[in-house]
Write a protein that binds this ligand. Structure first.
Ligand code: CUA
Length: 310
């Protein structure tokens, strides 16, 4: 399970380490206080026949200063450890350093842009393992929150503001994350999948993503391509190499190469894609994809086309 408890990056290791340190200190204080309460309630318990009031104790300056100093000392240790972790986890990037990855939150999906190469992805975010990446996160609509627990800290995602956060995966693998700020009806289906590759594999993936869309060879897929151009699809989506050049919805140039649909909501299968195109508002109510009342033949053609876009 990918979680905060299985850190897979230097940043989340530091945060996990801090959590464990806090837990030990808090555990010690808990046991000390509970132990003293039990001890005193036994030691000074009422005995039969003895109905004297206990002797009140106040104005013990030594005891008061001692308690205050202990509490302040513990809080001081917490503050020191927390600041130390913050400095290591959220070091300021070098002056003018360009982000490796630009993340844009949308209701309800994630857009990923790779500024160096120009590649664009959605929801499945591929990265090279073993490289500390600077992410720039912003939003196209409301406040979201970027969080892949195994790979680093959280970062709020605001419209009209660019926040920066580091992300690194020690090893290749798939790491799951979630939008962590309530952002509307489908907040729960705003999952993140980060796929970390060896540097060579990542370079291959990036090169593949930079290619223009496949020109369909099968007649059904060809019909789908024509439909895509004729229907309003192209006013929101982009498929490189075709007339569809809009950036409101996810870029579909390589939709067929993704494992999931709708921000991790379902597997990328023909049936699921068809269900989504047929009844978007039933599958993901509130999503900005309208219901176009496609006929069954139209749906089959569109699914054949979109699925072929590897
Ligand atoms: Cu986006 Cu919650």
């Amino acid at each position: 399970m990918d979680s905060f408890f299985n850190p897979a990056s230097p940043g989340s290791e530091a945060i996990h380490h801090l959590f464990v340190q806090f837990l030990w200190i808090a555990g010690f204080v808990f046991l000390l206080v509970t132990g003293l309460v039990l001890y005193f309630s036994h030691r000074f318990r009422a005995t039969p026949g003895d109905d004297r009031e206990p002797r009140p104790l106040h104005g013990n300056r030594k005891l008061e200063i001692g308690i205050l100093a202990t509490v302040t000392g513990i809080m001081g240790i917490y503050l020191y450890l927390a600041l130390q972790t913050m400095v290591s986890v959220q070091a300021a990037p070098a002056e003018g350093q360009q982000p490796d990855l630009v993340i844009i939150g949308h209701q309800w999906w994630w857009e990923a842009r790779y500024p160096t190469s120009g590649a664009v992805a959605a929801n499945e975010i591929h990265i090279p393992a073993g490289k500390k990446l600077l992410l720039e996160v912003s939003s196209a609509d409301v406040i979201h929150d970027w969080w892949v627990p195994a790979l680093g800290r959280k970062m709020d995602v605001f419209p009209g503001r660019k926040n920066q956060v580091w992300m690194e995966a020690n090893e290749p693998g798939t790491y799951q994350g979630v939008c962590s700020e309530f952002c509307g009806a489908q907040h729960a289906w705003m999952r993140i999948n980060v796929i970390a590759h060896s540097p060579e594999e990542f370079a291959d993936w990036e090169q593949q993503q930079l290619k223009k869309a496949i020109v369909p060879q099968v007649s059904l897929a060809q019909q789908g391509a024509d439909l895509f151009a004729d229907k309003p699809c192209a006013s929101c989506h982009r498929i490189e190499g075709t007339a569809a050049q809009a950036d409101i919805g996810p870029n579909l140039t390589h939709l067929g190469s993704r494992k999931t649909l709708l921000s991790g909501m379902m597997d990328n299968t023909q049936e699921n894609l068809k269900r989504w195109l047929a009844h978007p508002q039933k599958v993901k109510p509130g999503a900005h994809m309208p219901d176009f009342l496609f006929t069954d033949e139209e749906l089959s053609a569109l699914v054949a086309y979109l699925g072929s876009l590897k």
